[in-house]
Structures are given as structure tokens and as C-alpha cells.
Design a protein around this ligand. Structure first.
Ligand SMILES: [Zn+2]
Length: 473
């Protein structure tokens, strides 16, 4: 498809026009208890036409990609812009859509299609078998989601962007039962920009055997202790902690009051940028779209802003928000290239992308050996946070008690609660690069109509002190 030619044929008068074409192909494979349960494939392809008129952006999406279809969409987008200008909060110019040209392609070793559907199913079946380490495993499942996406963007001020992504999300889950006690252990439901090299039979069967063993171990484990103590979080729990209590809180559209859905406001005010000590001075958080294999790496956001690594929190101080160009202009606050749409039929809004906690100095042994009494937790299981993104309560799948500098017995149902800035100010040690894990989820929801989008969160192992820890489901 020649997007530039389509753009040149649109016959409306407007201050700016952009075309964003998205083509996405997804394949979903699920094995449950040894039986293939789902083998789905779907394709989505269309164009979003954006028009700037009277200081407002209007949007109209279509999957009729003929010139008459695009012309019709452009006329309707313009009508939306004119109508919206009657209720204008801010009058935008073309500056909100900077000219951008370039390409991006995610890295992989094995291309989509290089492993047959049959082979993938066979590997997932082997994973499912490996999860069943004993008769106590009453349910086992394995899934793989392979997504290929291509974004093309052109605009009347000369933008021309092509970005291609290959992504795989996989997970393995074992549910164990003993009497009326149930415990579920998973691989953490993580996604990456990567190829079909993920489907390596021996890696997957080893991983699954460990998951199955830990599910059984949890059945006979003591309850997590209750009290105020040291807590150590693995990267696959830090992912949720970063997402809910940093990411959503710092989205500038929420702070501006636009976005109130899904626990959608924030305790942060615009004057907090540059002044609020969000966490201890060990806390360094970056928006980093450059990390290889992280799920939301890219070169440009959907407003055409070039994506760069930026500190969001530096030595504990809040310095920058998660807002794209429109939010930056409106709030007069520094932001990042995170104006993103989940597909061709959605308008971009401020989204997290890769939001990471930077590695520190401590080895895993340094952290554990200096703790007299505490709990180490792996893999998120549950989450609850208020709509100011302030008070929260999170749970993990797997815990281990730390006593006198050593990891000791396994504990089940580990949970903790806190309030965002006191919690992050209790960050006592940050693990080094050897403890660092890259995770991501394709399922961050926001907006109305709903937009489910991919985000990445990488983190080292971290120690927090004076945390309210408790057991129970
Ligand atoms: Zn989210």
C-alpha cells in the first residue's frame, strides 16, 4: 500500500493530516492438561486518519483503504475536529505532531513461521507434561501468543515511519491440590520482542518441571508471617510494583484529569515534577525504548515523537512525567514519547511503554545476607490499588523466609501493603545487573473505548525495609 500516495489524494482543507496504518497478525496456542484447547489466528488491518482543524485533532478509522474510503474518513475526522473545537481545552498546532522519518525492526533469531504450528504444539505439550511432577498437580496449562505487527505513519508535514515488531508471550501454569488447599505457580506471563527461539523444548521442559515442583512445595508450606519486616522482591513482582505505583501514577493525561477510567486518577500534581522525593536515593527509573527484547521498545510513538531513554525518577527525585507531545504542551511538563494507540482503530493516549528500575550495586547474596528476618517474594499473583495510585495491596505466588542472612523455608500466600511514596522511600538495596530481569505484559488496559496495550518493565531484585507483610488469600 502506498500511504504517501493516499495522503496526497485526500481532498479536504485542514492544517495537518496524518495516516497511521496498522497491520497485526496474532496466533494463539493453548494446551490444557495434555489437550490442545485453542489454536487461533487473526489478522487486523486498517488506517487511522487524523486531521488537525481549528486547533483540534479529529480521528476517523477505516478498514476501507481505497482512496474513496480514506477521503470519506478524512472528511469525517475533520468534522470531528471542528465539532470538538467548540469545547476546546487547548488549541493545538502542527507542533504536536513533529516531523519524523525512520524505521525500526525488533530483533529475533527465528522468524515467525520458522517453527510449524505442529512443532509449537508438541513443545507446549511437552511443557504441560513436565508441569505434572506429581499426582498433586490437578491442572497444568501452557500457552504461546505470537504477534507480528507493522506500523506505518505518514503526514502532511513530512513524517514517514515504518516500524515492525515480532513478539512472543508465553506462560506455563500448574495448579496443585491437597485436600482443600490449592496453590498455583506460573512462569509469570511475560512477553518480549523476540522470535520463535522462545520455543526451545529443553528450556521449556526444565522451566516447567521447576514450576510444578514449586506448586507442590507451596501446598505443604507454612503461611507467610504477618508483621512489619524487610521484604525482597524478584523482578517478576517488581514489574507489577513499577507498573501500578509508578507508571499509572505518572501518566500526564491522568494528572490533567482526562483519564478517570480504571482507577484512573493520580495523587501526583504537576508541581511535583522536579520537587517530589518519590523514593530513596537508590531509586532510578527510566523510560527506555532502547532495551533489546523488551516488549515496548520502539523508535517513534504514534504522534511521531522520536523515542529516547529518559530518567523519570533520578536518585529518588521525580523529574519527568509519562506524557506524549500533546500532554507536554498542555501541562508544560517534560515528558517522553509515549503517545500510543493499541491499534489502527484507536486514537493515541499517554501510555507506559518500557518503564524500568535501573540496576544498582548489590549482589543477591549482599541483599539476603544482611537481612535478619524478612520474606523474599517471586511472581505477581494479585493486585489492588486505589484510584489515586497511592494505597496498594499486592500478593505473590511464592515466598521464602529469610532468617539470619539466609533463605530458609518456603512460605505460601505472601502479600504486602503500602502507600506509594513511603514505600519507595523504604527502598534499601537495589540489586546489580546479575539480578536484573526483563518482563512485559500485553495486557495493560486504559481508555474509553478500551485500549489494551503492550508494556515492558525491567528491574533488578530490590529490598524494602519496614514493610507490612502478611499471609492469607
Ligand atoms: Zn496498566
Amino acid at each position: 500500500m502506498d500511504l504517501k500516495k493516499l495522503l496526497s489524494q485526500i481532498n479536504i482543507s485542514a492544517d495537518w493530516i496524518g495516516l497511521r496504518e496498522v497491520r497485526e497478525k496474532g496466533t494463539y496456542r493453548v494446551i490444557r492438561d495434555g489437550n490442545p484447547q485453542a489454536n487461533g489466528a487473526g489478522t487486523s488491518h486498517g488506517i487511522m486518519v487524523e486531521v488537525l482543524a481549528n486547533g483540534q485533532f479529529g480521528y476517523y478509522a477505516t478498514n476501507d483503504m481505497s482512496i474513496s474510503g480514506i477521503q470519506n474518513a478524512a472528511a469525517k475526522a475533520k468534522a470531528q475536529a471542528i465539532h470538538a473545537s467548540e469545547y476546546s481545552l487547548y488549541s493545538f498546532s502542527e507542533d504536536a505532531r513533529p516531523k519524523a522519518t525512520g524505521e525500526y525492526e525488533s530483533s529475533f533469531s527465528k522468524a515467525a513461521g520458522s517453527v510449524s504450528a505442529g512443532e509449537i504444539n508438541e513443545i507446549l505439550l511437552a511443557g504441560c507434561d513436565a508441569l505434572k511432577v506429581s499426582d498433586k498437580i490437578v491442572s497444568a496449562s501452557a500457552y504461546g501468543l505470537i504477534t507480528e505487527t507493522e506500523f506505518n505513519f505518514v503526514s502532511t508535514n513530512g513524517s514517514d515511519i515504518n516500524q515492525k515488531f515480532l513478539m512472543v508471550t508465553s506462560d506455563f501454569s500448574a495448579t496443585a491440590q491437597d485436600g482443600n488447599i490449592f496453590q498455583r505457580r506460573t512462569g509469570g506471563r511475560s512477553g518480549h520482542q523476540i522470535g520463535l527461539e522462545v520455543f526451545d523444548k529443553s528450556n521449556i521442559t526444565n522451566l516447567c518441571a521447576g514450576i510444578g515442583q514449586q506448586a507442590v512445595e507451596l501446598l505443604f508450606a507454612e503461611e507467610c508471617p504477618t508483621g512489619t519486616m524487610d521484604m525482597v522482591l524478584a523482578p517478576d513482582q517488581m514489574m507489577l510494583q513499577i507498573h501500578e505505583s509508578i507508571g499509572h501514577a505518572l501518566e500526564i493525561d491522568r494528572i490533567l484529569g482526562d483519564e478517570r477510567n480504571y482507577a484512573g486518577w493520580s495523587f501526583i500534581r504537576l508541581e511535583d515534577f522536579g520537587t517530589l522525593q518519590y523514593g530513596s536515593n537508590l531509586m532510578n527509573v527510566t523510560f527506555d525504548p532502547t532495551v533489546e527484547h523488551e516488549l515496548a521498545s520502539y523508535a517513534f510513538d504514534d504522534g511521531g515523537l522520536e523515542a529516547q531513554r529518559e530518567y523519570i525518577i533520578k536518585d529518588g527525585l521525580l523529574v519527568r512525567g509519562l506524557g506524549g507531545k500533546e500532554s507536554q504542551i498542555r501541562s508544560n511538563t517534560p515528558g517522553v514519547a509515549n503517545f500510543r494507540a493499541s491499534s489502527w482503530n484507536r486514537a493515541p493516549i499517554d501510555r507506559m511503554a518500557n518503564l524500568n528500575l535501573e540496576a544498582g550495586e548489590s549482589s543477591f547474596d549482599d541483599i539476603i545476607s544482611n537481612i535478619e528476618y524478612g520474606v523474599y517474594m517471586e511472581t505477581n499473583r494479585s493486585w489492588s490499588i486505589d484510584d489515586y495510585r497511592n494505597k496498594f495491596q499486592f500478593g505473590s505466588e511464592y515466598g521464602q523466609l529469610i532468617v539470619n542472612g539466609k533463605l530458609t523455608k518456603t512460605v505460601k500466600n505472601p502479600n504486602y501493603r503500602g502507600v506509594t511514596t513511603p514505600f519507595w522511600n523504604n527502598l534499601k538495596k537495589v540489586g546489580n545487573a546479575s539480578t536484573f530481569g526483563i518482563h512485559g505484559t500485553p495486557n495493560c488496559g486504559k481508555g474509553e473505548p478500551n485500549q489494551v496495550i503492550r508494556v515492558g518493565h525491567a528491574s533488578p531484585v530490590c529490598q524494602f525495609e519496614n514493610i507490612e507483610v502478611f499471609g492469607g488469600v
